[in-house]
Design a protein around this ligand. Structure first.
Ligand code: UPG
Length: 475
């Protein structure tokens, strides 16, 4: 159970300069200077539980790269666990969302398993981490590392990426499980104030996530190239003479998308000009992929002539180390798809995207989000929802559930459409239909969505929040 390091190259903050006012640029530089001075001779560690797949692995490369670019020694370690450990942490993940998950126990035996795994990981981490370093631990998987790292003199901060707007007894159960580990954290970072439990109220900081607007996933892509990438992986039909399916890697080198996706479908791929309704998510029941499918089925039942097809896309199910539920959730989506009438199955495509090369995967997600007629995120619970932010940056019209952090990004009829009751299929279907049928509304929402992300959800704001966090740590 040896943690491993993911190496991240420095990226200069200069690339933000053209998009900022003089005052914004000066503020960014002053935050960078303060962080550089405070962190001089120290390392800013991040520890999470997977190198790819999911929101945390999505955010760390960009933030660490800009941290390095600002002159701070930032490093990323990925802890390792056993299947039993990840079963327990997935149960905690559900509980922190206020949901029961599989209802499995969180008792003494589970605590012993959790602590054993983290003890092994902490031993290895302490070979690297020195007194005075700052360690940012992400999510329930790593919370139990705090006591050992704090005892060795590191300034430990825990960041929780998930939460529940109205805490219930499941949430309390999770906090009781995590409390001994969290007692050693100097600060705890949450995405929303509503997620802060009473036991951490005096040490809580609210920092919202962000996207890296320069990442492969968010780089500009000509519509014809986006279609070519999707044609190449088999998600849409090929146009007669497509341009090369190329994207630009983070090191600036152009690359081709070479692999195909695993797609469950009946019949042909949609023609390149068919409007797609798209949800991109890990295969997690809280993202409600089955609900998206049923909501789309209702839409087509009500409007059989509507020209639209549905793509539900997620990572290939064996690829995400800390998500033991992925394969079973995907199977449940396939089962729900099989139950549908033939005409519907012909218009719903379930895609497992290749994950071997993370930048290639990002290029495919980019192409899919840009090609989408409507991007949906029908989550039942959502800490924040980076897939929503990504679609907004691409000025796509969004239909999303009014849950968790999605509500901080999208205001109804301003940056997208919110579905008030995430379980209400007619409300979801009506919102999707509205965006498919009203192109002017879609264009206006998309433009406002892009501006919202530019102003509030890029690394510029996130880095200044980190500078404040260091000040709270007296660094
Ligand atoms: N993604 C891929 N390939 C896929 C499927 C997903 O790259 O095949 C990406 C997706 O583009 C996005 C990320 O994975 O960048 C998923 O992030 P998010 O939608 O935020 O969901 P989670 O993985 O559940 O992330 C957790 C929280 C979420 C929060 C995030 C960051 O659940 O609410 O926004 O952490 O704090």
């Amino acid at each position: 159970l040896k943690p491993f390091e993911v190496h991240v190259q420095a990226s200069s903050l200069d690339r933000f300069r053209p998009g900022l006012t003089a005052a914004e640029w000066e503020a960014l530089q002053s935050h960078a200077e303060q962080a550089r001075e405070g962190m001089s001779g120290r390392t800013f560690w991040n520890v999470n539980s997977t190198a790819r797949g999911g929101g945390v692995a999505e955010m760390l490369p960009g933030l660490l790269a800009y941290g390095r670019g600002a002159g701070v020694d930032t490093r990323w370690m990925v802890m390792r666990g056993t299947p039993g450990f990840f079963h327990i942490t997935k149960r905690l993940h559900h509980a922190l969302h206020g949901s029961r998950g599989d209802g499995s126990p969180l008792g003494l035996r589970e605590r012993a398993c959790y602590e054993d795994v983290l003890r092994d990981n902490a031993e290895e981490l302490l070979v690297l981490i020195r007194p005075g370093d700052v360690v940012l631990l992400h999510d329930p998987q790593t919370a139990g590392l705090a006591p050992a790292l704090a005892a060795a003199g590191a300034g430990v901060v825990w960041r929780c990426h998930i939460g529940c707007d109205v805490p219930n007894e499941e949430v309390e159960r999770a906090w009781a499980f995590l409390a001994p580990g969290l007692a050693a954290a100097r600060l705890a970072v949450f995405t929303r104030a509503a997620y802060v439990p009473p036991m951490l109220a005096d040490r809580a900081v609210v920092i919202q996530p962000s996207i890296d607007i320069f990442a492969v996933k968010n780089q500009p892509l000509e519509p014809a190239v986006a279609s070519a990438i999707l044609g190449h992986i088999g998600l849409v039909g090929r146009s007669p003479d497509p341009p090369a399916p190329v994207f630009t890697r983070m090191d600036g080198v152009p690359a081709r998308v070479s692999r195909g996706a695993d797609i469950v479908r009946l019949g042909a791929a949609p023609a390149p000009d068919v409007p797609l309704v798209v949800q991109v998510s890990r295969w997690d029941p809280l993202k409600d992929p089955v609900g998206v499918l049923r909501g789309f089925a209702l839409l087509l039942k009500q409007s059989p002539c509507l020209r639209a097809e549905l793509v539900l896309a997620g990572p290939s199910v064996t690829s995400v180390a800390d998500d033991p539920e992925g394969a079973a959730t995907f199977e449940s989506v396939v089962a729900a798809w099989r139950e549908q009438p033939r005409f519907l199955r012909q218009r719903v495509h379930l895609a497992c995207l290749p994950m071997v090369d993370p930048e290639e995967n990002a290029a495919i997600v980019n192409a899919l989000q840009r090609h989408a007629g409507v991007v949906v995120q029908k989550s039942l619970k959502e800490g924040f929802g980076l897939t929503v932010t990504e679609a907004m940056w691409k000025a796509r019209p969004v239909v999303a559930s009014a849950v968790g952090g999605i509500q901080d990004q999208v205001h109804h009829e301003v940056e997208g459409l919110l579905v008030r009751d995430p379980t209400c299929l007619p409300e979801f279907a009506a919102a999707v239909r509205r965006l498919l049928e009203e192109p002017r509304l879609s264009a206006r929402l998309g433009t406002q969505a892009h501006e919202q992300v530019r102003a509030r959800f890029t690394a510029v704001r996130h880095l200044s929040d980190f500078a404040s966090l260091l000040r709270r740590l007296d660094i």
